[in-house]
Design a protein around this ligand. Sequence first.
Ligand SMILES: Cc1cc2nc3c(=O)[nH]c(=O)nc-3n(C[C@H](O)[C@H](O)[C@H](O)COP(=O)(O)OP(=O)(O)OC[C@H]3O[C@@H](n4cnc5c(N)ncnc54)[C@H](O)[C@@H]3O)c2cc1C
Length: 351
Amino acid sequence: MSTDADSNQQAPVRTDVLIVGAGPVGLFAAFEAGVIGLSCQIVDALGRIGGQCIELYPDKPIYDIPAIPSCTARELVERLMQQCAPFDVPIHLEQRVMDVVQRDDGRWTVRTEQGMTFDAAAILLAAGNGAFLPQRLLLPEAPALEDRHVFYSVAKLADFADKNVVVAGGGDSALDWALALRTVAKRLTLVHRRNGFSATASSVDSMKRAVEAGEMDFVVGMIAGLDAPDGTLRSVAMKHVEGTSEIAADMLVVLYGLVADLGPIANWGLDIRGGRVEVDTSNYESSRAGIFAVGDIANYPNKQKLILSGFHEASLALRRAYSYACPDKKRVHVHSSYDAKLAERVHASAT
Ligand SMILES: Cc1cc2nc3c(=O)[nH]c(=O)nc-3n(C[C@H](O)[C@H](O)[C@H](O)COP(=O)(O)OP(=O)(O)OC[C@H]3O[C@@H](n4cnc5c(N)ncnc54)[C@H](O)[C@@H]3O)c2cc1C
């Protein structure tokens, strides 16, 4: 499977099925598509695969995947990647799907915010609760400073060299980036609203040791304002239980975690209730024929937000999608245990 974070190509990418979401259900769907002879492409708004498993609980054990008594969420994603490796499905990361148009020939043109275009016979929405987006700083002065002085991710450490850097947050990414940035910054200050962290104990220990060694500062408090008189950040105003203070800052990195946002998919003309797409449970097709919803984004009576439910939904949806991609062909079902072509591919990819 090839991943590509920079594929801002102009020509539409033609495929049988466009899978929106590289969470566990999207990854399994890529395998199933390959098994039944459909080509597919995966897009995800994030810069890495795995959906909730990787973003929310990578090191937690999962006990309810059939035939895997226990594995961490990260291991599950690794196994799913191994399983779909024989089909070498392209994964386009950092591509947030925006709008969709159905053409006269029935195929779909789908565009991403970052400029990619897909031409697909069917669309499989495996988009969970929507695209994960960074939780932004709720200060009116913040948007104008974004990408120059206020950041929600760190692309290159070098961009922060010799600057006064403030990192905000108390989770793993905030602490890990604070520790990494202290090695290049003129001065690094970690700010968090309380003296307790959701980051792993080892990251918290490393941060405390770095503070004791004078390599960085830690300040408890809330960010109350940004002082940027001429559009250039000078300092961050802090509010504490008792009083206020200012921290000199050229760059502010806000790592408050991610929020899920159904975003543009909400405007696709689908029957959406409570933020989820209503589907027909015989094939997980939405109210627009040719667009399917599987995994957490799908809704139907007694829907359970479980990975195994998503696997089943994807498997049925793709069998229906086949009729859009190959309208003139009749698909003959072959059990995988008797599928010689599949066996060949699996063995070739394992060697
Ligand atoms: C703490 C926790 C523990 C859990 N434990 C279990 C468990 O033990 N067993 C179990 O079965 N389930 C468990 N779950 C639930 C399980 O993780 C979800 O059911 C599963 O992740 C759903 O998979 P998905 O692929 O449908 O969606 P997600 O994992 O949410 O992935 C969706 C992907 O779609 C992408 N996306 C969304 N919108 C767009 C867009 N417009 N453009 C491009 N990409 C987009 C997102 O970036 C994301 O990567 C747990 C959940 C949590 C939070």
